[in-house]
Design a protein around this ligand. Structure first.
Ligand code: ADP
Ligand code: MG
Length: 404
């Protein structure tokens, strides 16, 4: 665990590069520092391994003040990667991977084992260990670059815009790789970026910085759905903000909570009555415990009239989604896959509600067009006058047309 306690850093007197930073980073967490250039991200990160020292405050690692740890020792325990430096061309893949372990004087056998294990994790044959970088494709080299950062098996790895200089496709694939390895190997990673997509993809926790201050910290969901202020909103961008609701809100928010339903043991005659009363021609079937069992529609009812007695005898299968399904996926099922509506159940299979095409439409409307709705109430008298005027226009024009 890494803790920043009221940490400030001034390079120049009177100007704080980092200003009263308080932050806790848990073991195994992927934390992204994000902010505009000069906001103090790199400085904050470099204080963790004492490449910079705080002017005020304290940093603790596993409850020990890092000032009490020898700086060289500390740096050995913390990996540090700056902008993707390529592999050394005159060294084999193996020598490249174990560069840091070698400095740490690991025994040869342990280095071999580690290198093999890491190659396996990126699906590269260990035969490549003795090859030189130019014998590998560009993509392979990039992946080796990523595992090299994890080779010394340090619990904490600091990464300062490591993918900053790469093209978007390579970048995205390496993001997924580092995220997977971080989870598999349970690393604590502090990762600096100025790219919100990158932060959203990677982070368990995003720390938004501006002018040396932490403006907001939270999960990607927190940041997207509860941006602390305009600065954060701007960093997120309008598109991501408007989509966030779809991504993180579930179908529960938009479903009808009381869809028309009938018990499976009711006689078919009651089903017919229910359809007539409610004017709903497609009704869900549940058991005594409200477990979803199926559905019946008017057509099935009509063709089976007289042949069967109870609802459960004529019900059909029903497709459903669980209540944790995102609105985005709900939209996909209805819009792209053509479902008329979605029945929603909880984990235990109990009926919770139904999402109709109508509820999807209004949700999409709210997200994209709500802000264009009139903000102020119309002046009632003005409105009435307008309507009266418009009405009389219609009447008069209508009359004159008829006369013509
Ligand atoms: P970021 O990584 O977010 O771009 P930095 O931590 O590099 O921000 O910089 C924060 C502030 O500290 C900036 O105003 C920068 O100019 C200043 N700064 C960074 N490093 C030094 C340094 N070695 N000497 C003087 N000022 C520095
Ligand atoms: Mg920086």
């Amino acid at each position: 665990m890494i803790e920043f306690k009221n940490v400030s850093k001034s390079y120049v007197k009177g100007k704080k590069a980092v200003d009263s930073m308080n932050l806790t980073i848990d073991k195994g967490e992927f934390v992204c520092f994000i902010g505009t250039s000069g906001s103090g991200k790199t400085t904050s990160m470099r204080m963790i391994n004492r490449m910079e020292s705080p002017s005020e405050g304290q940093i603790l690692i596993n409850d020990v003040d890092i000032n009490e740890i020898d700086a060289v020792q500390l740096r050995r325990k913390i990996g540090y990667v700056i902008q993707q430096i390529g592999l050394m061309p005159h060294m084999t893949i193996y020598e490249n991977i174990v560069m840091v372990p070698k400095l740490l004087k690991w025994p040869e056998e342990k280095m071999r084992e580690t290198a093999k294990d890491l190659m396996k994790r990126i699906n590269l044959s260990e035969d490549y260990l003795d090859a030189y970088p130019d014998e590998l494709s560009g993509g392979m080299q990039q992946r080796v670059g990523v595992i090299r950062a994890l080779a010394a098996d340090q619990e904490i790895v600091l990464m300062d815009e490591p993918f900053g200089a790469l093209d978007p496709i390579t970048r995205e694939s390496l993001q997924h790789l580092i995220k997977r390895l971080q989870k598999e190997m349970n690393k604590t990673i502090v990762f600096v970026t100025h790219d919100m997509d990158e932060a959203l993809t990677l982070a368990d926790k995003i720390v938004v910085m501006s002018e040396g201050k932490v403006i907001q910290e939270g999960t990607p969901k927190d940041i997207l759905t509860n941006a602390a202020n305009e600065f954060v909103e701007e960093l997120i961008g309008e598109d991501r903000l408007s989509q966030a609701g779809f991504e993180f809100e579930t179908v529960e928010k938009i479903m009808l909570k009381n869809p028309i339903k009938i018990n499976e043991n009711e006689p078919i005659t009651n089903l017919a009555k229910l359809m007539r009363e409610t004017k709903v021609d497609d009704i869900l079937v549940v058991d005594d415990e409200n477990n979803l069992k199926g559905r019946v529609d008017l057509y099935t009812l009509s063709v089976n009239r007289g042949k069967y007695q109870y609802v459960h005898e004529i019900m059909k299968k029903v497709t459903y989604v669980v209540n944790t399904t995102s609105i985005r996926d709900g939209i996909y099922y209805i819009h792209d896959l053509g479902y008329r509506n979605l029945t929603v159940v909880d984990d235990d299979g109990k009926l919770k509600g139904m999402v109709t095409r109508g509820s999807i439409v209004s949700e999409v409307y709210d997200v994209f067009w709500k802000e264009y709705e009139p903000q102020e109430e119309f002046d009632a008298s003005f409105e009435t006058d307008e309507i009266v005027q418009a009405a009389s226009d219609v009447v008069q024009n209508g009359d004159s047309k008829e006369q013509a």
